[in-house]
Design a protein around this ligand. Structure first.
Ligand SMILES: Cc1cc2nc3c(=O)[nH]c(=O)nc-3n(C[C@H](O)[C@H](O)[C@H](O)COP(=O)(O)OP(=O)(O)OC[C@H]3O[C@@H](n4cnc5c(N)ncnc54)[C@H](O)[C@@H]3O)c2cc1C
Length: 278
C-alpha cells in the first residue's frame, strides 16, 4: 500500500518545528528516522495531514556532557551511539545496547527520540534508559518539561507526549565507577524485537539497584529501588541473594498470567544479574 496524501515540511530550526506543530491544521506528525512511521504511513495505520521532518535539525543530533549527565539530542541515531560518536558515560553499556538493535540499516536511521516516542514495549531504549536513571526533555510552544523515563511510557505504544509536544533530548546520568551493569534480551532471531528484556544497574558500594523487566506488552516494570528482589538489601552478594519468587510476584501483578512467559522473563533477568555480577 502507499501512504495517504500529506503535506511535508522540513523546518530549519527546532523553534520552527515547534511553531509548525502549534499552527498545524489537522493532525501533524513528527518524522525522525522514519523506521516505524514509514511502515505505519504505508499501511495507513496513521494518516496525518502534515509530516514535520526533523532529521535536518543539527540541535537535535548533538550530544554533550553537562555536569553529571550526558544530554543526547532526540535525533541521535542508534548507529551514532554504536559507533561511539557520542561521549560514553555508561562504561560502554549504551554502545553495546545500540549495536544490538535490529540491523545496521535500521540503526543508521532510527533515533533514540523516535524509539522512545513510538513507545514499543519490545524496543531496547524503553527498558534500558529507566534502568540507567535517565530523564526525558519534552518541548512545545509552552516551554519544556522533564520527566523520569519511567513516567514517560504510559502504555503499549502510548506515552506522556501531549499534542504539539516533541522529544527534545534524553539526559543520562554518568554511571559511577562502582556500578555493575547487565542487559539481556531474548529474541527468536538476532535483530528481531525482543520477547523478554532485563536491564540491571546495581551499585553494591552505594547499596543501590535499579531493575527493569521489559517486553511485557505494557510499560516496562521499573524498580527504582530493586532491594526487594535481593532480600531487602543490595550487597556485593546480589547474585546469590536474588529472590526469583519476588520477580514472579511482580510479573503476576503486571498481569502476566502465563507461567511459561513468567519463567522466560525470570530466566532473562537472572542472566542480566549474572552479567552484572561477572
Ligand atoms: C525491521 C525493524 C526492526 C527493528 N528492531 C528493533 C529492535 O530490535 N529494537 C528496537 O529498540 N527497535 C527496533 N526497531 C525500531 C527502530 O529502531 C526505531 O527506533 C524506531 O523505528 C523509531 O525511531 P525513528 O527515529 O525511526 O522514528 P520514526 O519512525 O520517525 O517515528 C516513530 C514515531 O515517533 C514519533 N516521533 C519520532 N521522533 C519524535 C520526537 N523527537 N518527538 C516526538 N515524536 C517523535 C513519530 O511521529 C512516530 O509516531 C526496528 C525497526 C525496524 C523497521
Amino acid at each position: 500500500m502507499k501512504a495517504a496524501p500529506f503535506a511535508y515540511e522540513r523546518p530549519a530550526s527546532l523553534d520552527a518545528a515547534i511553531a509548525l506543530m502549534a499552527e498545524a491544521k489537522g493532525v501533524a506528525k513528527i518524522m525522525a528516522g522514519g523506521q516505524s512511521l514509514g511502515p505505519m504511513l504505508n499501511l495507513r495505520l496513521v494518516q496525518p495531514d502534515l509530516i514535520i521532518d526533523i532529521t535536518g535539525l543539527g540541535e537535535l543530533k548533538h550530544a554533550e556532557r553537562s555536569g553529571d549527565e550526558l544530554v543526547i539530542g532526540a535525533c541521535v541515531t542508534h548507529g551514532d551511539i554504536e559507533d561511539g560518536r557520542i561521549p560514553d558515560v555508561t562504561h560502554n553499556a549504551m554502545r553495546r545496547v545500540a549495536g544490538g538493535i535490529a540491523y545496521r540499516a535500521v540503526r543508521n536511521r532510527g533515533t533514540i527520540g523516535g524509539s522512545l516516542s513510538h513507545a514499543d514495549p519490545a524496543a531496547d531504549w524503553v527498558s534500558v534508559l529507566p534502568a540507567l536513571g535517565a530523564k526525558i526533555r519534552l518541548r512545545s510552544s509552552a516551554g519544556h518539561r522533564d520527566l523520569a523515563i519511567e513516567d514517560f511510557m504510559t502504555g503499549a505504544l502510548e506515552s506522556a507526549l501531549q499534542e504539539n509536544e516533541l522529544v527534545e533530548a534524553v539526559r543520562v546520568p554518568v554511571m559511577r565507577a562502582s556500578a555493575r551493569w547487565g542487559y539481556v534480551k531474548a529474541c527468536r532471531k538476532p535483530g528481531e524485537f525482543a520477547h523478554a528484556i532485563a536491564a540491571v544497574l546495581i551499585d553494591p558500594e552505594a547499596t543501590t539497584g535499579r531493575v527493569v523487566i521489559g517486553a511485557i506488552e505494557a510499560p516496562p516494570i521499573v524498580l527504582t529501588d530493586a532491594s526487594p528482589l535481593f532480600g531487602g538489601k543490595i550487597t556485593g552478594n546480589f547474585k546469590r541473594e536474588f529472590v526469583a519468587s519476588a520477580a514472579d510476584a511482580l510479573l503476576i501483578k503486571a498481569g502476566i498470567a502465563n507461567a511459561v512467559d513468567r519463567h522466560i522473563h525470570i530466566a532473562i533477568l537472572r542472566r542480566a544479574i549474572d552479567e552484572a555480577a561477572a
